[in-house]
Ligand binder design. Structure first.
Ligand SMILES: NC(=O)c1ccc[n+]([C@@H]2O[C@H](COP(=O)([O-])OP(=O)(O)OC[C@H]3O[C@@H](n4cnc5c(N)ncnc54)[C@H](OP(=O)(O)O)[C@@H]3O)[C@@H](O)[C@H]2O)c1
Length: 395
């Protein structure tokens, strides 16, 4: 299996290489069996995994964001000829090095600065880091366009939509429908969810993902964030965006057109399919995923999402309609609350409560006031302080 007609070697960078999406991305390079020219590998703090990857892929530079992990990285890469670096500025510097293709797979708001830097440098960005789009969607897309780059979605739902969306018929799209697995608590009552442990929230039925997105899938905040993401990516107004729960995660999203046609993309739930799509685009490369066998799957079922048991979905819709800085505030509060839940400081239902109260208590500037990274960083910081204070009063 090869990369098909892709021209190689191809210069690539992987941001968040040690995470779930990052590792799947490198696996695809591996099975393609052809040389890629690795420019940079970037991680948070896992120096050992990053060093293993760097020794295998020989990037020009390997960076850990956390400076405490630097001595270990430097020691592991000593004598290899691979540059080792650490800290936030080094992450951004690595992200903006000239390259053809960047996988943006850092988790959370921390991915925004490097993703914007890669966009400024004109790379094609395979975007898994949805938080950067949620916080600074218009800015990120404008930057990519101005520099001659592009943003290709990696989230399976948005990859699905991207594959069946007819840009020339955007005005004839009547609805975009995102499918949601429903997460591990799909059939749980609020009383049961109040007692949910981090281990239970992390046990996603269909996908094996990083901790933060797994908790977001359990609260359905992930689907809410994805609605905001879809709004920016496809320019579809909030009232034409919908969610349907589909526990098998086979239909990855749907686009309805005014003539009654509904186009969908189907695949076994495996992130290597949307990553391969973003890597090959506009061509298709092979990916070593389980072929979809509908007869073996048997049934595809659908149900409405329950806004009462999953209030985070409604909060995200509220932030989407409010616009301005509201999505950034929503995202910041959610990141702080998810971290507190994973650390055992608050209960599962406190995540939604924290996000709701933070949205109420943080001043949201209008769109026109949010034009630079500094402004997003400052708003994100304000919302985080509010969320932390709220959590302090809970625990
Ligand atoms: N996993 C999925 O199936 C999936 C599907 C759709 C979308 N996404 C999105 O893709 C992104 C990554 O998700 P994931 O599941 O791969 O997460 P993950 O497994 O937790 O990996 C996160 C990656 O980001 C790195 N990182 C964390 N904080 C950082 C920082 N401050 N600076 C630089 N690097 C940092 C981590 O490095 P260390 O390991 O060294 O800490 C790791 O490489 C998220 O935005 C998520 O919403 C994921």
């Amino acid at each position: 299996m090869g990369m098909g007609t892709l021209s190689v070697p191809r210069k690539v960078t992987v941001l968040g290489s040690t995470g779930s999406v990052g590792v799947s991305t490198l696996e695809l390079f591996e099975q393609a069996g052809e040389a890629v020219d690795m420019v940079a590998l970037v991680a948070g703090r896992n120096a050992d995994r990053l060093a293993d990857q760097a020794l295998r892929w020989r990037p020009k530079v390997a960076v850990v964001q956390d400076e405490r992990a630097y001595p270990r990285l430097r020691e592991r890469l000593a004598g290899s000829g691979i540059e080792a670096a650490a800290g936030e500025a080094a992450v951004v510097e690595a992200a903006q090095r000239p390259t053809d293709w960047v996988m943006s797979a850092i988790v959370g708001f921390a991915g925004l600065a490097p993703t914007l830097a890669a966009a400024r440098a004109g790379a094609v960005i395979a975007l898994a880091n949805k938080e950067s789009l949620i916080c600074a969607g218009p800015e990120l897309l404008r930057t990519a366009k101005q520099s001659g780059g592009a943003v290709i979605p990696v989230d399976s739902e948005h990859s699905a939509i991207f594959q069946v969306f007819e840009p020339q018929n955007a005005a004839q799209v009547s609805r975009l429908v995102l499918t949601a697995s429903g997460g591990p608590f799909r059939s749980w009552s609020r009383e049961q969810m109040a007692q949910a442990s981090p281990e239970q929230a992390l046990a996603h039925p269909n996908w094996n993902m990083g901790a933060k997105i797994s908790v977001d899938s359990a609260t359905l905040m992930n689907k809410g964030l994805e609605l905001i993401e879809a709004h920016y990516l496809f320019g579809i107004t909030p009232e034409r965006l919908d969610v349907v729960v589909h526990p098998q995660s086979i239909v990855h999203s749907l686009v309805s057109y005014v003539d009654g046609s509904v186009l969908a993309q189907l695949a076994s739930p495996d992130m290597r399919t949307p990553i391969a799509f973003a890597l090959g685009f506009p061509e298709r490369m092979s990916a070593p995923t389980t072929r979809l066998d509908l007869a073996a799957v048997g049934q595809l079922t659908f149900e409405a999402a329950d806004p009462v048991r999953f209030p985070c979905l409604g909060l995200a819709q509220l932030a989407l309609r409010a616009g301005g800085g509201a999505p950034t505030i929503l995202n910041a509060a959610n990141e702080v609350a998810v971290e507190a839940f994973l650390a055992g400081k608050i209960g599962f239902l406190d995540i939604g409560r924290t996000v709701e109260s933070t949205l109420e208590r943080t001043v949201s500037p209008a769109d026109s006031k949010l034009n630079s990274l500094d402004e997003f960083v400052s708003l994100d910081g304000d919302a985080r302080s509010v969320a932390r204070r709220l959590i302090g009063s809970l625990s």
